[in-house]
Design a protein around this ligand. Structure first.
Ligand SMILES: [Zn+2]
Length: 335
């Protein structure tokens, strides 16, 4: 089968053997894969992985082959998959149902081979059936949308939480935008792309600030929040240089939520966090059921988040596409 393999230096399209399934696995014919910031970080050498590795973890496909122990119902099902594989169901975290933090977990496309290939072998506990009303292309957003919902699983909001500021309107920022609005938060968004800001405002954000036009972002946020700063500030920038403004834009006793990774070590002003008694939150993979329901109900719109689609042979172009324009939101590979 054809696969996009990262060898530690570059991504190459190669012909490799189709994955073998054991009695307890299914074979999925991959249909579409979203290219994520994590994929870009690996390809740029910012996130070390074992190599060679097949990248790709935001994917959908059809179950085409079953192991002997698998229920026949699975055949031909349209599915998406959790990213955390190799779950042991017995460790400290699994016993609490926290499978995404399993001590044995291996992330598809990061620790072990992922889905930028024609086929992938999977354990069925990873799979979620895609309802007929959700297309394959839309369903590639289920994994990142689950991560957007996880923001609020880890950080409960209460009646004193009214204003949230999101720094960064990539795919994740625009998904969190929609989840936050569905929870009734007043939303201010910050990005360098007017196109993305306008999209967030169309969803219902009360204010969109273009960072290129603002000298002091925390001051601007204070002006918009009765001089206090925002109740909640969410970072999806992946940019360590933005963290100072992100923390400074939060009001005293407010909540700062870090959604993106910033490389291995990042200097932040801990004294400011301590003195103003800020609470620091973080989150990653989330509840797929909520994401599927969000898409099914129409609460979450994803069609406008798709910037371009490529086929597997043009995977380099797909990875490069993000650097072409700051208006780019999401690139998909159709396989
Ligand atoms: Zn476990």
């Amino acid at each position: 089968m054809k696969a996009a393999i990262f060898d530690g230096k570059e991504i190459k399209i190669e012909n490799v053997p189709e994955p073998m399934i054991n009695d307890s696995q299914v074979l999925v014919r991959v249909k579409a894969v979203g290219i994520c910031g994590t994929d870009l970080a690996i390809a740029h050498g910012d996130l070390p992985t074992p190599t060679p590795i097949i990248l790709g973890h935001e994917f959908v496909g059809e179950v085409v082959k079953l192991g002997n122990k698998i229920e026949k119902d699975w055949l031909n099902k349209r599915v998406t998959s959790e990213i955390n594989s190799n779950i042991d169901f017995s460790c400290y975290y699994c016993k609490q149902g926290l499978y995404t933090q399993c001590l044995s977990r291996k992330a598809l496309g990061i620790d072990i081979d992922g889905a930028l290939a024609e086929y992938i072998a999977l354990d069925p506990y990873l799979l979620h059936e895609i309802p007929d009303s959700i297309s394959y292309v839309e369903a590639t957003f289920i994994e990142p949308l689950a991560a957007a919902y996880q923001t609020f699983e880890m950080m409960p909001i209460d009646k004193n939480d009214e204003t949230m500021v999101i720094f960064g309107l990539g795919k994740l920022g625009l998904l969190i935008t929609q989840v936050a609005l569905s929870k009734g938060l007043k939303l201010i968004v910050i990005d360098g792309s007017d196109k993305k800001l306008n999209l967030a405002k169309k969803y219902g954000a009360i204010q969109g600030l273009n960072r290129h036009n603002i000298k002091e972002i925390p001051m601007e946020i204070k002006n918009l929040t009765a001089g206090l700063g925002a109740d909640i500030v969410v970072d999806t920038t992946g940019n360590p240089n933005a963290l100072k403004d992100i923390i400074s834009s939060c009001r005293t006793r407010g909540k700062v939520h870090i959604k993106s990774t910033h490389g291995l070590e990042t200097p932040i002003n801990l004294t400011d966090i301590v003195v103003r008694e800020l609470t620091l939150y973080s989150s990653r993979c989330g509840p797929f059921e909520k994401a599927i329901e969000g898409l099914k109900s129409g609460d979450i719109q994803v069609k406008e988040l798709i910037s371009k689609k490529f086929d597997l042979d043009n995977v380099h172009e797909a990875f490069d596409s993000y650097s072409i324009s700051s208006d780019y939101i999401k690139t998909l590979i159709l396989i």
